[in-house]
Design a protein around this ligand. Structure first.
Ligand code: NAX
Length: 325
């Protein structure tokens, strides 16, 4: 039996985590042979609910769950952590501007970045989910200088999976017939879901759908899907977000599917002319816990223009939050 990995998770009494924790404990994220210790962080008023979640986790008798820590002390939650899933953040309230959300949630990632720097495993791998996810990941990174900045990523896998579904549905194919999907940029409505290099049952997606659909229907449908779910169910995506987190970490640690890639928001190294340092969603392949940005893809002027808009938004967010670096 492998020795257990410590997985720190914030916002653990929230709705995403109610779908997420049980799947991690059952081995879906890190493998059916990998024990885990869940180190769950919440704010003090949510501790009673968190304790109830821990009771339910125990009542599942998951063989791979080797321990649960519940705490409102971040130094305890991140102690020795190998993986951190940063879900906890405030949702946008009525009348709140995006810049207000940036500032409010940015403070959480500034504080937690410092704690992770001090107490976590130096090789910790981090997936930021709380919005605005990309810029929160950047704030965390700037406050955790001991960590490898490459290991601080943000979630765009939910967007990727949404895009795969839309293309499969449009072409009448099975989901596993769709490969090489890409989400570029920010996890926001400026994101760029891109089928330029996607394949459907071994054929180019662009030969199966018309350009008009790809540009004017597919892109806005995927980019605004989060809003559509909120309108339909009265609260934001939870089970599908949890599934995206599972896929993100699973593929990062255990490898992307042979011959395919996934979308992950990672620190830009300048690939595709994107400003270095911002946390930007790219197509990546992963092996043995490392990711590589897929290079050399041909992009249309339309997609390049959209990518520049998303980059501009991220640069603007970086400026808005620079006092938190
Ligand atoms: P909930 O409001 O259900 O849960 C959030 C939890 O975080 C709450 O229990 C709260 O007490 C806790 N929390 C707040 N501040 C904290 C702190 N400083 N330390 C620890 N815990 C803290 O939200 P939920 O639906 O679970 O969503 C969580 C975040 O994910 C939100 O920011 C949401 O916008 C974001 N999302 C990101 C997605 C992505 O693809 N990147 C998609 C889904 C989701 O919208």
């Amino acid at each position: 039996m492998k020795s257990p990995l410590r997985v720190a998770i914030t916002g653990a009494a929230g709705q995403i985590c109610y779908s997420l924790l049980f799947r991690i404990a059952s081995g879906e994220m890190l493998g059916k042979d990998q024990p885990v210790i869940l180190q769950l962080l919440e704010i003090t008023p949510a501790m009673k609910v968190l304790d109830a979640v821990a009771m339910e986790l125990n009542d599942c008798a998951f063989p791979l769950l080797h321990g649960i820590v519940t705490t409102d002390d971040s130094a305890v939650a991140f102690k020795g952590a190998n993986i951190a899933l940063m879900v906890g953040a405030k949702p946008r309230g009525p009348g709140m501007e995006r810049a207000d959300l940036l500032k409010d949630n940015g403070k959480i990632f500034n504080t937690l970045g410092k704690v992770i720097n001090d107490v976590a495993d130096a090789n910790i791998r981090i997936c930021v989910v709380g919005n605005p996810a990309n810029t929160n990941a950047l704030i965390l990174s700037k406050n955790a200088p001991k960590l490898n900045p490459r290991n601080i990523t943000a979630l765009t896998r939910l967007d990727h999976n949404r895009a795969v579904f839309q293309l499969a549905e449009k072409t009448g194919n099975n989901l596993n017939d769709v490969t090489h999907m890409t989400i570029w940029g920010n996890h926001s409505t400026t994101q760029v879901p891109d089928i330029s290099n996607a394949m459907v049952a071994g054929e180019a997606a662009t030969s199966k759908v018309d350009n008009e659909w790809a540009e004017n229907d597919f892109i806005p449908t995927v980019a605004k899907r989060g809003g559509a779910v909120i309108a339909a169910r009265g609260s934001s995506s939870a089970a599908s977000a949890a599934n995206g987190i599972i896929d993100h970490v699973h593929d990062w640690m255990l490898g992307t599917a042979e011959g395919d890639w996934a979308s992950m928001a990672v620190p830009s190294d300048g690939s595709y002319g994107i400003a270095e340092g911002i946390i930007f969603s790219y197509p990546v392949t992963c092996k043995d816990g490392e990711y590589s940005i897929v290079q050399g893809l041909e992009l249309s002027d339309f997609i390049k223009g959209k990518i520049k808009e998303s980059e501009a938004e991220l640069i603007d967010e970086r400026e808005t939050c620079s006092d938190l670096f």
